[in-house]
Design a protein around this ligand. Structure first.
Ligand code: FAD
Length: 302
């Protein structure tokens, strides 16, 4: 295992992604995780968004509570699925009023789920660049977008995918977070192509700790992320051994991050699944410590 031994943790930046809880029990888990991870001083924490009134409200409530009760900087995810411009604009104004200044702007998945054909709402934002323009007309938000090292499943090829990213940057996006991936060579080749296309915003690698291999592999198939054989082998035979799975998952994620650090990357976005333990362990191995001072914005990031 190639672990960088010369990491200056002060140069590293992390962000954590959560999803809005659906029940009181899930809410408790989420807040316990936020409290555990907050002392690591993430650059921001983001909260995902789903189509439909109740999930929208849950995102808003979670983000607002983060503003009210913590010193963390929240980023609210927002999609244009199944909503008119007026409805989306109201959500954006609601975030501004709640003190939120960072939005992760996304087109979103079709109501029928990944794989179904995307149909913009007749009165809605047609695409992510459109949405970004709309958000910028409402307030001076920091805007993050998605990026796909292995291309989005709907893209014919990587150049077409990068062309969409370029349009999002031209509309005002200031950073991109990638879909999760496991092959760092592949990510690095993608970043080279992004740079060759004249895109210079930070491309932050999205890291998913593999809590449950079967589930991750299934999700990867839907999102077009490849699952290397070596990863399957690491989890082979551990289906009924959650304790060992945890240890392996932390080691695998740490190995991926350390290798990216060795390659010069400094910012990392963790898909936490609302669980703190694995992400906390990986951050610890990166050298991050609770309440250590934060360096000036060290966003070499890709
Ligand atoms: P975009 O990057 O705008 O487009 C994706 C692809 O669609 C393009 O690559 C292209 O193939 C095609 N496309 C788009 N516009 C055009 C066009 N004008 N012409 C031709 N082709 C086009 N989903 C949620 O529902 N809620 C979330 O909170 C959420 N958070 C996410 C966070 C991250 C970091 C990532 C990577 C994904 C997230 N998603 C979320 C998933 C995302 O909504 C889906 O992947 C969705 O299918 C695409 O949205 P996007 O903004 O990534 O699309």
């Amino acid at each position: 295992m190639r672990f960088s031994r010369n990491i200056n943790a002060l140069d590293l930046g992390v962000s954590f992604e959560f999803f809005p809880p659906k029940s009181e029990k899930m809410e408790e888990t989420l807040w316990a995780s936020i409290e555990r991870l907050a002392p690591l001083k993430p650059r921001f924490v983001s909260v995902t968004y789903g189509a439909g009134g109740s999930t929208r409200e849950r995102t808003h409530n979670t983000v607002s509570r983060i503003v009210r009760e913590t010193s963390l900087k929240p980023a609210a995810h927002l999609t244009c699925v199944d909503a008119s411009r007026t409805e989306v604009d109201d959500v954006v104004r609601g975030y501004w009023a709640a003190g939120v200044r960072h939005i992760v702007a996304l087109r979103g998945d079709p109501a029928g789920g990944v794989g179904a054909r995307y149909q913009p709402h007749t009165d809605g934002y047609a695409s992510t660049p459109d949405l970004i323009q709309g958000i910028r007309e409402i307030g001076d938000f920091d805007i993050t977008v998605s990026a796909y090292p292995e291309k989005h499943p709907e893209s014919p090829d990587v150049p077409a995918d990068i062309a969409i990213l370029k349009r999002k940057v031209e509309a005002g996006a200031t950073r991109a977070i990638t879909q999760f991936f496991f092959d760092n060579d592949l990510f690095e080749r993608y970043v080279e192509r992004v740079r060759a296309a004249g895109i210079d915003i930070p491309i932050i690698p999205g890291i998913v700790p593999v809590v449950n291999f079967a589930q991750t592999a299934q999700f990867a198939r839907k999102t077009g992320a490849s699952v290397p054989n070596w990863l399957a082998q690491r989890f082979e035979g551990l289906e009924n051994d959650p304790a060992t799975r945890q240890l392996v998952a932390a080691a695998v994620a740490a190995e991926q991050v350390m290798d990216l650090v060795d390659r010069g990357y400094r910012d990392f976005h963790f898909y936490t699944m609302n669980r703190a333990d694995l992400v906390y362990a990986v951050c610890h191995m990166m050298g991050l410590r609770a309440d250590q001072p934060v360096s000036a914005e060290a966003t070499k990031a890709a």
